[in-house]
Ligand binder design. Structure first.
Ligand SMILES: Cc1cc2nc3c(=O)[nH]c(=O)nc-3n(C[C@H](O)[C@H](O)[C@H](O)COP(=O)(O)OP(=O)(O)OC[C@H]3O[C@@H](n4cnc5c(N)ncnc54)[C@H](O)[C@@H]3O)c2cc1C
Length: 394
């Protein structure tokens, strides 16, 4: 891996920077967190702008509307968009970060041509229907039934924690198609249209006050067999490909965002006064922040290695679990530190005077979910033990 920047990389950076400088001031204000139709419009509108300017799917092949660019350009894109405070991928997360990449790796040519350009243009929003009430960590025990009836599967059951379900057009859905087979062998991965009759979506409110995810109920909802990705009953293997992307490369922009948050924490510590000193005058606190920054730098190096491996093989490996567990725990420690800097200020979700404190309080609440979503830290550690370190199976 050679991550030094060439002249053409620097040209790409300069062009992107100037495009961002022109386009960001023209964006409408961000919608309220609970206004989901407006959030969908905002996020898909941004995706369309990226697409029209040739910045959607930086590493996706040009035949599917991507830029077909190098790994280094992808990293530059992430660095520059985060640095400029550009919108995040938002409701396009599942489509752009793991459903699309899974389709690219596993689906038929017809399925790729149908979905991938639409995902990049912001015309298809996706959600993920994997978890069930009794099947989160033990996902392979899932019981949502997909009974074969000619050229259709009849889907009955319940999914939970389905992020963006209320605004999604499609769902990457795991169904049990052979109840007699061992649990890993009877699962199928299908592309499920969210406007199918027989489904009901019930949003769940979180501690942050928004409904990022929902319960989804299926009552004999029919999906064509032609929507299957991979073979019937081979869905567990396809799901592992999805997880490779979700845990491996899906978090990269969050990582850049965390790096930015650490810089903002320094600014916050300089602002917050304690009698005659500022929080920043506390040497132990400065050391703690420096430690977090050093860990962040190491994690960024590991991420580059992981991305480089993914670019070579087409699919990220279990190294993604290392990044996921390290990143999510580092993020929680950073937001904990923010609460200690704010002291009593952390009891309010509103900004206090000039301090941008509300944002840090919200991040602290939100960060609780980071070590659960996309597989808990305990499950990631099991994967690291078994698949990277070669320790005996659980
Ligand atoms: C913000 C957020 C968004 C999400 N979005 C989606 C989504 O879009 N689609 C989707 O399908 N799911 C989604 N999820 C669900 C997520 O994948 C599950 O919450 C997660 O896999 C854990 O499953 P669970 O909640 O059932 O917990 P459980 O599996 O019940 O785990 C409970 C506790 O037991 C521990 N545990 C369980 N088994 C083991 C073991 N073998 N060894 C050691 N410890 C163990 C866990 O680590 C955890 O601490 C989301 C979750 C969150 C928080």
């Amino acid at each position: 891996m050679d991550l030094r920047y060439s002249e053409s990389d620097e040209r790409f950076r300069a062009e992107l920077r100037s495009w961002l400088a022109g386009v960001l001031p023209t964006l409408p204000p961000k919608p309220a967190p609970e206004d989901w139709p407006a959030r969908r419009d905002y996020d898909t509108g941004w995706q369309r702008l990226l697409f029209d300017a040739g910045y959607a799917g930086i590493n996706w092949p040009t035949e599917y509307g991507g830029r077909g660019a190098t790994l280094v350009e992808q990293l530059i894109f992430l660095e520059e968009t985060t640095r400029a405070g550009a919108p995040y991928v938002g409701v396009n997360f599942v489509g752009a970060m793991h459903a699309g990449p899974t389709i690219m790796a596993e689906a038929s040519d017809e399925q790729k041509a149908r979905h991938l350009p639409r995902i990049l243009r912001g015309e298809e929003v996706w959600c993920q229907g994997f978890s069930e009430a009794g099947s989160g960590s033990d996902l392979a025990s899932l019981s949502t039934k997909g009974a074969r009836d000619g050229e259709e599967y009849v889907v009955t059951g319940e999914k939970i924690w389905t992020s963006f379900a209320q605004v999604a057009d499609w769902c990457e859905l795991l169904i049990r198609t052979d109840p007699e087979a061992p649990k890993h062998k009877g699962i199928t991965w299908v592309m499920f249209p969210m406007d199918t009759p027989g489904i009901e979506i019930r949003p769940i409110e979180t501690i942050v006050g928004s409904s990022e995810f929902s319960e989804v109920f299926f009552d004999e909802a029919r999906v064509p067999v032609a929507n299957r990705v991979g073979a019937e009953n081979d869905g567990w293997r396809v799901a592992m490909v999805t997880f490779g992307f979700e845990r491996g490369t899906g978090f990269v922009s969050d990582l850049v965002e965390t790096d930015r948050m650490l810089t903002e924490l320094v600014e916050l510590a300089r602002m917050v006064t304690r009698s005659k000193a500022t929080a920043w005058d506390d040497q132990a606190l400065r050391r703690e922040l420096a430690h977090l920054q050093a860990e962040m730098d190491a994690l960024w190096a590991l991420t580059k290695r992981n991305l480089s491996q993914a670019a070579r093989t087409g699919v990220p490996g279990p190294l993604g679990s290392v990044v996921k567990v390290a990143y999510s725990e580092l993020y929680q420690r950073a937001t904990d530190l923010a609460m200690r800097i704010l002291e009593r200020g952390s009891l309010s979700r509103d900004d206090l005077g000039d301090w941008p404190s509300g944002r840090f309080v919200e991040e602290r609440l939100r960060s609780t979910s980071f070590t659960i979503a996309a597989g808990t830290s305990q499950i990631q550690r099991n994967i690291i033990a078994e698949r990277i370190l070669g320790l005996p199976r659980e």
